[in-house]
Design a protein around this ligand. Sequence first.
Ligand code: MG
Ligand code: ZN
Length: 216
Amino acid sequence: MEIKVLKNILGANDQIAAKNRELMAKHEVFAVNVMASPGAGKTSVLLQTIRALKGKTRIGVIEGDIASSIDAETVAKEGIPVVQINTGGECHLESFQIQNALNNLPLPDIDLLLIENVGNLVCPAEFSIGEDLKVLIASVPEGDDKPYKYPLMFNTVDAIVLNKIDLLPYVKFNVEGFTKTVKNINPKVELFKVSCTTGEGIQPWAKWLLARMKSK
Ligand code: MG
Ligand code: ZN
């Protein structure tokens, strides 16, 4: 019985996700679902990405959080359209919330829509929101064992951005081992190593993202 209920919920989510996809295709919006655990640096990576792509593409942002609009306020200072979704306790974004956000964004003025999901490595991986690309922000202080603990998340994404590499000299993190594990779980995934503090690695990541957007 319980399985049946879950199926129905996912079914409804996928139907609205398809509508989101249709609406964004109509306006030629390329949507990226950005996922991570809390504190991995999603907002910092978004800010660096926005700055790296300034003048190259028109960006919009959806900020998903359980509560508050702190991240949306930070992003809005970059002078781009941003909508905050407060999930009111829910630990992931669903397609109906994105549908609502899309209705509040100037879609004809947006080419690249960055969607910051709620900080969580579990259920965001299970809910399609109509995105073109799924990206995971991992970070050095979280440790190199995360791919073993959250295989679905690591398997479901198109790219992984390993953030805070400036901390590698101070934290026990085996980059080679992490890379091996990630490629075992998800052979096709792209892996980028970045630091939002030093700016290292941001350009290759932003370039790749832009190329993926243009090749759609
Ligand atoms: Mg954030
Ligand atoms: Zn959840």
